[in-house]
Ligand binder design. Structure first.
Ligand code: SF4
Length: 171
């Protein structure tokens, strides 16, 4: 097995969302080799081949991997954290096993423009996402520092079409 375990080093409160947590963990293997394959799988990924780092979001959870360090952000409790680690370990091992049939992607993906994101937000500046304005939130989504799930209004029925477009663009 390529990746035997991911050890939790510490868990802290998320500075962006007070009811969420972030964790620092360490993988039992250097994950650099697998990163170009992960880069090809996640449209939200930001991959840096030189640094051996990748960042991506999945279901509103943010993953940052640097060599054997794995940081996970915006989960709700330790039970969820361990489920996420199991999911990530399975994903990495499945990817490693299947890599001969996959195409690695070494290029950095282009970020989705801030104004494209902003145009699809509710534009109420209600601050429920923790940002002062929808534009500030769009800028954070553009940098992958926030996921669209942090905007509760987007999940109301009247914004279904906008949310679908954002999900399609951000992956
Ligand atoms: S929660 Fe949504 S609508 Fe409210 S300020 Fe944030 S991005 Fe804008």
């Amino acid at each position: 097995m390529f990746l035997a375990s991911i050890e939790v080093l510490d868990v802290d409160i998320c500075v962006q969302l007070a009811d969420k947590f972030v964790a620092r963990t360490r993988a039992s293997a250097d994950l650099k080799e697998i990163m170009p394959y992960l880069n090809g799988m996640f449209r939200s990924s930001v991959y840096n081949h030189g640094d051996g780092s990748i960042r991506f979001t999945n279901d509103g959870i943010e993953y940052t991997i640097i060599n054997d360090q794995v940081n996970i952000a915006k989960f709700s409790n330790r039970t969820e954290l361990y489920e996420l680690l199991d999911w990530l370990k399975d994903l990495i091992n499945d990817t490693y096993e299947s890599r001969s049939e996959m195409t690695p992607l070494y290029a950095r993906r282009k970020p989705v423009p801030v104004f494209f994101i902003y145009n699809l937000l509710p534009k109420t500046n209600c601050q429920r996402c923790g940002e002062r304005t929808c534009m500030a939130f769009a800028a954070r989504v553009n940098k992958l520092e926030a996921g669209i799930d942090a905007c509760p209004l987007l999940f109301e029925p009247e914004y279904d079409a906008s949310r679908s477009k954002l999900e399609g663009a951000l992956g």
